[in-house]
Design a protein around this ligand. Structure first.
Ligand SMILES: *[C@@H]1O[C@H](CO)[C@@H](O)[C@H](O)[C@H]1NC(C)=O
Ligand SMILES: *[C@@H]1O[C@H](CO)[C@@H](O)[C@H](O)[C@H]1NC(C)=O
Ligand SMILES: *[C@@H]1O[C@H](CO)[C@@H](O)[C@H](O)[C@H]1NC(C)=O
Length: 778
């Protein structure tokens, strides 16, 4: 009797819980918060676990079920759905240090319609198939993984490293035997996602580490895919596919679902990855920029870096405008995207004989060679201009479009989705034309019908040709000539149009992105259940696919970081980043300054940071600019964050008195230097200084001499001008004084000048960009 009433009670309680969590999905005032528990608060012994204690902070009886995740490695606390009043009462509890509202993030491919597009890489060959890097584990926080891909085979790979504590978590269509000696761990985190959206639809996504999107499989194989030959997608980019670190191990942490990637899940992935023992975390995901103490990616990354884990993150695809860079915390390595010297040309031939060049990776049945097809612009033509032809679902009239090549404008719906709309309406081909905002940046997509993308100038020519034909009552015609894969393209690299740019919106003293890496038209592994265009009706299967985005650039750096860590096990995450930055290059394969794809103009430090990564040189940088967590704490102090806010990031009580003595944020021992001068009416000296410390990681008894390329109109002095290192590991300081004259600027405007500081011992060249920005207050 007693037993059955207890049973009844439990049942009742758990169904009450169910009702409460279900209603919290529909109640818009209930939101997910990440709750930090004071680093020095001690769990009262009445609670058997941290989770019980955390649940006790929530008032209702359903407390335990409302905890989404508990965190203990990179963060101390938990996440839960809270009403405004519950959030307030939690804040008042003595052991609660902070409440961080959740953000929803998204992956950084250009597949998302809001982004512009671009190109690819073959980074094979750096260290061949030696065992190099096989002890290193790269954790990829993304959309999961398709474990059966050849890129993840474990032939000739040794046993799992003994330090590994991770797991292969089973779920939908993903038995725990899905992992092997290459893919050594897989987990999924969906509590935050489901708390907001309700239980996921398991017929459209896998409630497991299996990838139902393709993005995570692609990024994981860029970082550490095995050599696979022949690799290609729809016949394009034929050759050997390989990740940057082909022998490194992979662990997949799935946090991104159909409606995005939720912070509470991302933080849980960081927590698990660091506890599992990864060496590198690769994160091709981002959202809006917030102060570091409200940014769970910055918080998770700090905990990872403190444990010696290198974190690389994509800069975002919000370019080419300024101030668009994301994932900017100074302990994260922020990666923008460049092109490679391979592209996929396609010519649009117009009836009057003109050729407009574009790009395409269409690989199905083609247009009849030599035949011209009627051409139509699907916006309303004529009048004072064109109304856009967006080729949205249902917007095309089959009677007008049938048998024709349709010109669609970039924007709103995804590039591949436009092709699907044209095909459904009976169109025979598509020309995807950039508008002024898109400029000349082009992304090659695996379209479902013969299609080519053209830039804004070419797009205008085609639109004008159609309009002229309409006025003269003649029939506009065109065809598309696919030219396959072209290699040896010059110039390359070029900063990809979409790649997000500086200045850094939170800490202008820290130049972001740090570096760029290949991110346009990248060939990498792809799941079976998603067609290469990514749209649901596309039933084609490809082992590989070509994607573009800073999402694709980031895992190049993650793989490279694993190789550097294998070569230099003692290097900190900051040392690895320093090696990548000080050896990066800023000239293209013509020997000229790298260009910006969006404008064709020379690009700047705000576009590429220190430059494009140079794997071979990064292995032997000579000197490094190292950093510890104490330096980051000083930096946060000098950024005027309160000690409470600093504690949210660092999980420690910060003593800022020492940091204030150390000076200013520009003194963070970063491999790049940036200062902003505010010009207030009165003539006065504009000067500042930077203190830097370099560590000799080259040879003993080396002498480095400085050379300075000052920004125009700026006087730069370095003291001393010579650094004499007796031994390896020795650290020496130098001081950089910067003095500028006032420049004529209109109120509210600014002017940026760039230069560099270069240390050389005759063998190594250690380069740091130096940026001086003059601002005229309003
Ligand atoms: C799940 O998705 C499938 C396929 O789109 C759909 O048919 C089904 O109705 C969905 N189920 C729910 C519960 O939404
Ligand atoms: C490119 O350079 C030209 C000439 O210096 C300049 O007029 C133009 O504004 C630049 N375009 C962009 C987008 O910066
Ligand atoms: C921090 O505050 C000090 C004193 O008010 C000020 O001089 C300094 O510029 C501030 N630093 C930042 C990064 O805002």
């Amino acid at each position: 009797m007693a037993l059955s009433s207890l049973f009844f009670f439990l049942f009742f309680l758990s169904s009450a819980l169910w009702v409460s969590s279900a209603s919290s999905v529909s109640d818009p005032t209930v939101k997910t918060f990440i709750v930090q528990v004071h680093p020095d608060a001690v769990k009262p012994s009445v609670f058997p676990t941290q989770a019980h204690w955390y649940a006790s902070s929530l008032s209702s009886s359903s407390a335990a079920d409302r905890i989404l995740h508990t965190y203990s490695t990179v963060f101390r606390g938990f996440s839960a759905r809270l009403s405004p009043s519950e959030a307030d009462s939690l804040r008042a509890l003595p052991h609660v240090a902070a409440l961080i509202p959740e953000q929803v993030r998204h992956v950084h491919t250009t597949r998302s319609p809001e982004f512009l597009g671009l190109k690819s890489t073959d980074s094979a060959g750096l260290l061949k198939e030696s065992d190099f890097g096989s002890d290193l584990v790269i954790g990829v926080i993304d959309t999961g993984i398709w474990p059966e891909r050849q890129s993840f085979n474990d032939k000739e790979i040794g046993p799992v490293p003994p330090k590994w504590k991770g797991e292969c978590v089973a779920g939908d269509n993903f038995p725990s035997t899905s992992c092997n000696r290459k893919l050594i761990g897989a987990r999924f985190f969906c509590a935050g996602y489901e708390a907001t959206n309700g239980r996921m639809n398991q017929s459209t996504e896998f409630r497991s580490p299996r990838d139902s999107d393709g993005h995570g499989t692609h990024t994981a194989s860029i970082a550490a895919g095995r050599y696979v030959f022949p690799a290609s997608t729809l016949g394009y980019a034929r050759g050997v596919a390989s990740g940057m670190a082909p022998k490194a191990r992979l662990a997949a942490y799935k946090v991104c679902w159909n409606s995005g990637c939720y912070d509470s899940d991302i933080l849980a992935a960081f927590d698990a990855a660091v506890a599992d023992g990864v060496d590198v975390i690769s994160l091709s995901v981002g959202g809006v920029v917030t102060p570091y103490y409200l940014d769970s990616i910055a918080i998770g990354a700090y905990g990872a870096v403190e444990s010696g884990v290198f974190v690389s993150a994509s800069a975002g695809n919000g370019g080419p405008g300024g101030l668009t860079v994301t994932n900017i915390a100074p302990w994260v390595t922020t990666v923008g995207a460049g092109t490679i010297d391979r592209d996929f040309p396609a010519d649009v031939k117009l009836g009057k004989g003109r050729i407009v060049s574009g790009v395409s990776i269409y690989g199905g049945p083609g247009l009849t060679p030599g035949r011209m097809y009627p051409l139509i612009y699907a916006g309303s033509e004529g009048g004072d201009g064109y109304s856009a032809s967006l080729c949205l679902d249902g917007s095309l009239d089959p009677s007008l479009v049938k048998g024709k090549i349709v010109v669609c404008d970039r924007g709103i719906n995804s590039r591949a989705a436009k092709g699907e709309v044209v095909k459904k309406a009976g169109g025979i081909g598509m020309i995807l034309a950039n508008g002024v905002f898109d400029g000349e940046g082009l992304v090659a997509d695996c379209h479902v019908l013969p299609a080519a993308s053209v830039g804004a100038v070419g797009g205008d020519e085609i639109r004008k040709y159609i309009e002229a034909a309409r006025k003269s009552k003649s029939l506009p015609t065109a065809t598309i000539i696919f030219k396959g894969t072209r290699v040896g393209v010059r110039p390359a690299p070029v900063v990809a149009s979409f790649s997000a740019r500086g200045p850094n919106p939170v800490s202008p003293e820290i130049i972001k992105p740090d570096v760029i890496a290949p991110g346009l038209n990248i060939l990498a592994a792809w799941p079976d259940n998603v067609g290469p265009s990514g749209i649901p009706s596309d039933k084609r299967k490809t082992e590989f696919n070509i994607l573009s985005g800073t999402s694709m650039a980031c895992p190049h750096v993650s793989g490279l970081a694993a190789l550097l860590k294998a070569a230099h096990p003692e290097w900190s995450p900051a040392a690895i980043r320093s090696a990548l930055m000080t050896t990066a290059y800023t000239v293209d394969n013509r020997g000229e300054n790298m260009l910006d794809e969006s404008s064709g103009n020379t690009s700047t430090v705000m576009d590429y940071g220190a430059g494009h990564v140079h794997p071979q040189k990064a292995i032997d940088p000579g000197l490094i600019y190292d950093l510890t967590t104490y330096d980051y704490i000083d930096f946060l102090c000098n950024s005027n964050y309160t000690t409470n806010n600093i504690r949210v990031v660092t999980r420690k009580k910060a003593d800022c008195s020492g940091a204030k003595r150390a000076g200013h944020t520009g003194n963070l021992n970063y491999p790049s230097l940036s200062v902003t001068f505010q010009q207030y009416g009165i003539k006065h000296k504009l000067s500042s200084h930077f203190i830097r410390t370099v560590t000799n990681v080259g040879e003993a008894n080396s002498v480095y001499k400085v050379s300075v390329r000052p920004p125009s109109g700026v006087k730069v002095m370095v003291e001393p001008e010579k650094l004499v290192f007796r031994r390896v590991g020795q650290r020496l300081n130098f001081l950089v004084r910067v003095q500028s004259h006032e420049v004529k600027l209109s109120p509210g405007s600014s002017s940026m000048r760039t230069g560099s500081i270069i240390w050389s011992d005759g063998k190594h060249t250690v380069t740091s960009p130096l940026v001086v920005t003059m601002q005229q207050p309003l």
